[in-house]
Design a protein around this ligand. Structure first.
Ligand code: SF4
Length: 645
């Protein structure tokens, strides 16, 4: 089956360099493909900003059924232009868990190959009657049947696509069996080990019967200033190589940096459904990065990345046979081990591998299973469950089975696949107090009781949960008072326990993250772990070298705040989220950390409220409602949203 392509391109301003040039609109109801010039929307820069904007103007945005809802995948102007770590792809869609908005940011090679096929973004609407794949190659894009891929797990999808199209170069974004079964906490996977999580976007692809988008492009992306870009690339290569934080990432990935205490032993970790955030060094030893080195194979990374932060572990396991585990990050270590009381490496590796194979969101799975375990402790779920699953902290084999059940939508997995919040709603009784969520999205976190700006970033996240937004690393990295003053005008930025200026810091960090995601750069490198690499002036210079677009660092950061404000507005319009949703469950306010460097730490309600006031004020949002005020919308050239009300 090959569908008709309508390649009519309207008259438009010239496409700047750095862009592939086109946005592809896909209507799966009719099979019609339509192209438009990216230049129409270049004020949205690309990646996350462009994805949010295209979603906001999709005619089916408010549809209730995921099959009818739009989903947008976009890569920024610094993807595929030769700059180090210019590789990230953004996904925007309605959040299947919260009902609000969700953006995801994912690595791998997909964005680069999509741009090399000629597209900066793909927006998909409608649903196909039978499974399909969208092929983006050097020729016309086309939809092809994918019945033979339906039911396959992610590694087998990649093998089958490689066999059909040639292994290199090929990259895809698609779903495993969990997405096909519309499991709410499923995600999109790029290649084998990169997940676009947080909002159940796998279920959207599943409802649309879209197995994958395959990017096969080989054309190079034009750049504005080739020589300047080459010089900048070389300078950045040197600085990244010399950065102490980047050396830490090279050494042990995020598993080493932040998993089970991190190198310093000071990084907290979620314990038993986040009832606590402290593990003794002895208790964390079996799941620390050092313990896994015996199984480490060649490291993996996004295209052209010298850091290669993704672990490949090869383990001969007594329990599961050979485990080939790819892409483990700190969130798996915390979410699938300490948050479940598991300390056996083979159970952790197997649970992580199953999440990748089925296309499940590790954070959502962590929160749902931990919730079930606490329910069993409180008599709200039977401890003994079908298929020999025993709901018991640390019972690795049972919990691995449970992950499989979620992916298969079988037994208790049917309930937990909805995520912790919806599972609690169905169980009833007191169970909702055990669902560790914000805006209904499961939290798999660390440092919420002890790190103030970090916690504020999680509670104000538009997608619900997750620290990769407004949570800065300044507290974990303990930047000095002088550095804080010089870089952020805040002497307390590196002090985890201080509330001073932390509302502003979280809001400022959101602006930086939105800008970095819109450019298509990896945030691990550009600003998060090492602030010196996230200088907005330098990011703006990189944008200019690639595209010729001139912005100051201040203007680029302001664009990030504009993007965040649009996302907040979408979160409100779709999910009704307001200030009252910017919070965390009671346990973070009422139950202190049990020991270690942050023993006794917990959140203080009054101080959090004050910091939230500061957060909204910095953004020009209404302090009462936590929503962008009409003045803020006008000030950020978002007045067009007011017509929508
Ligand atoms: S640091 Fe990690 S996530 Fe970032 S580009 Fe490199 S491999 Fe990808």
């Amino acid at each position: 089956m090959q569908r008709q392509t309508d390649s009519k391109v309207d008259a438009h301003p010239p496409t700047p360099a750095g862009y592939a040039g086109k946005v592809l609109w896909v209507d799966l109801d009719s099979g019609r493909l339509r192209e438009e010039p990216t230049a129409k929307w270049s004020e949205w820069i690309g990646g996350r900003g462009l994805a949010a904007f295209l979603l906001a103007f999709s005619p089916t945005l408010y549809a209730d059924e995921p099959a009818r809802q739009p989903i947008v995948i976009a890569a920024g102007p610094l993807v595929g232009v030769g700059l180090p770590m210019g590789v990230r792809t953004a996904v925007a869609a309605r959040n299947q868990i919260s009902g609000g908005y969700c953006y995801s940011n994912v690595g791998g090679d997909f964005g680069t190959r999509m741009k090399m096929a000629g597209y900066d973004a793909v927006a998909v609407a409608g649903a196909s009657a039978s499974p399909v794949c969208l092929l983006l190659g050097d020729d016309e894009p086309r939809l092809v049947p994918a019945d033979d891929l339906w039911g396959l797990k992610i590694p087998q999808v990649q093998e089958a696509l490689a066999a059909t199209h040639g292994a290199d170069p090929l990259s895809f974004i698609g779903i495993g069996p969990a997405g096909e079964r519309e499991v709410t906490i499923s995600c999109l996977m790029v290649d084998r080990a990169h997940a676009a999580g947080w909002g159940g976007s796998g279920a959207i692809f599943g409802a649309k019967k879209l197995k994958a988008i395959v990017a096969l492009g080989e054309r190079s992306v034009p750049v504005f200033d080739k020589a300047g870009l080459r010089t900048k690339t070389s300078q950045l290569g040197w600085r990244i190589g010399a950065s102490e934080a980047m050396a830490g990432l090279v050494r042990g990935g995020t598993h080493g940096m932040a998993g089970a205490g991190g190198y310093s032993g000071l990084v907290p970790t979620g314990v038993r459904n986040l009832q606590d955030e402290y593990l003794t060094h002895e208790a964390s030893a079996p799941i620390r990065e050092e313990a896994f080195r015996q199984w480490e194979g060649e490291r993996d990374g996004c295209v052209g990345c010298s850091i290669r932060c993704l672990h490949r572990y090869h383990m001969g396991s007594e329990r599961y046979g050979t485990i080939e585990s790819e892409g483990m990050h700190a969130n798996s270590v915390r979410g699938l081990a300490s948050n479940w009381g598991v300390d056996d490496a083979q159970d952790l590796l197997m649970a992580h591998t199953l999440c990748n194979q089925y296309g499940l969101d590790v954070d959502g799975v962590s929160a749902a299973v931990a919730f079930a375990l606490e329910c069993a402790d409180n008599g709200l779920l039977e401890r003994e469950q079908p298929d020999g699953v025993r709901l018991e902290w640390g019972n690795g084999p049972s919990l691995v089975k449970l992950v499989r059940q979620i992916g298969e939508r079988a037994d208790l997995g049917q309930l937990l696949g909805h995520g912790a919040w919806e599972a609690a709603r169905q169980i009833g009784g007191d169970s909702q107090s055990l669902a560790v969520t914000t805006k209904h999205v499961g939290i798999n976190e660390q440092g919420l009781r002890s790190h103030r700006a970090w916690a504020l970033g999680v509670m104000t996240s538009t997608r619900g949960g997750g620290h990769l937004g407004g949570s800065p690393q300044t507290e974990n990295r303990r930047i000095s008072a002088e550095q804080g003053q010089r870089l952020l005008d805040n002497r307390h930025a590196g002090d985890p326990g201080s509330y001073q200026g932390k509302g502003e810091l979280a809001a400022w960090t959101e602006g930086l993250k939105c800008a970095v995601d819109s450019l298509g750069l990896c945030y691990f490198v550009y600003g998060w772990y090492d602030l010196s690499l996230g200088n907005p002036d330098e990011l703006a210079e990189m944008l200019q070298l690639a595209t010729g677009i001139r912005l100051s660092g201040k203007e680029l950061h302001r664009f990030g705040l504009r993007c965040h404000t649009l996302e907040r507005y979408l979160s409100y319009r779709l999910g009704g989220h307001t200030r009252t949703d910017d919070t965390l469950p009671d346990r973070f306010f009422d139950t202190p950390v049990s020991g270690g460097a942050y023993g006794g730490a917990q959140l203080d309600r009054q101080r959090v409220e004050k910091a939230l006031d500061e957060y909204y004020s910095y953004l020009g949002w209404d302090v009462e409602t936590g929503l962008p005020s009409p003045e803020a919308l006008r000030g950020l050239e978002l007045a067009f949203l007011l017509k929508d009300e």
